[in-house]
Design a protein around this ligand. Structure first.
Ligand code: AR6
Length: 171
């Protein structure tokens, strides 16, 4: 089981599943969400709409899975990170739940390789250092407890600041 760090654009990574930092509506948005829908094509949004119609979107901390459309990945796992409101509104626990629930869903679908963006650290303003610590700790905890086919987890850092933080944490 490997934890890998990569700098760049998650839409270009050929893994079984990439994770999207979505919002509760599942109807797309900016940042990594915008890039995934733009490059993956309309098939992803069609499935998101069906899921939203069935279960009213996706609550913060939870995750749903769809096709990856035209992307090189097989699946997109959409998870909804918490908006940072100062840290006293359950943000750390909700962010950990995003990583945990995404890995659980991946395991249920026989995913062998998965790539995560730095959930909540863009528009949702979660402090990057704290978010990275939660991401790395939660993934390590899950991997030691989860029975799955997972062989590699890639943390994809789009911005230099996150990349430097993760370099210190993933060694
Ligand atoms: N590949 C990898 N990482 C990326 C990419 C990319 N192509 N583009 C941006 N990032 P954000 P959030 C990084 O804002 O904070 C959307 O509108 C970016 O540098 O995408 O969870 C949704 O619809 C940052 O480190 O997601 C929601 O409404 C990280 O991805 C809201 O934003 C997350 O930034 C979610 O906010």
């Amino acid at each position: 089981m490997k934890i890998i760090l990569q700098k760049g654009d998650i839409t270009e990574i050929a893994v079984d599943a990439i994770v999207n930092a979505a919002n509760s509506s599942l109807m797309g948005g900016g940042g990594v969400d915008g890039a995934i829908h733009r490059k993956g094509g309309p098939g992803i949004l069609e499935e998101c709409k069906r899921i939203a119609a069935r279960r009213g979107g996706c609550p913060t901390g939870e995750a749903v899975i769809t096709t990856a459309g035209k992307l090189p990945a097989r699946y997109v796992i959409h998870t909804v990170g918490p908006v940072w409101r100062g840290g006293q509104s359950g943000e750390p626990e909700l962010l950990a739940a995003c990583y945990r629930n995404s890995l659980q869903l991946a395991a249920e679908h026989g995913v062998r390789s998965i790539a995560f963006p730095n959930i909540s650290t863009g528009v949702y303003r979660f402090p990057k250092e704290a978010a990275a610590e939660i991401a790395v700790r939660t993934v390590k905890e899950c991997l030691s407890g989860l029975v799955s086919d997972l062989e590699s987890v890639i943390f994809v850092c789009f911005d230099e600041e996150n990349f430097e933080i993760y370099q210190r944490l993933v060694s």
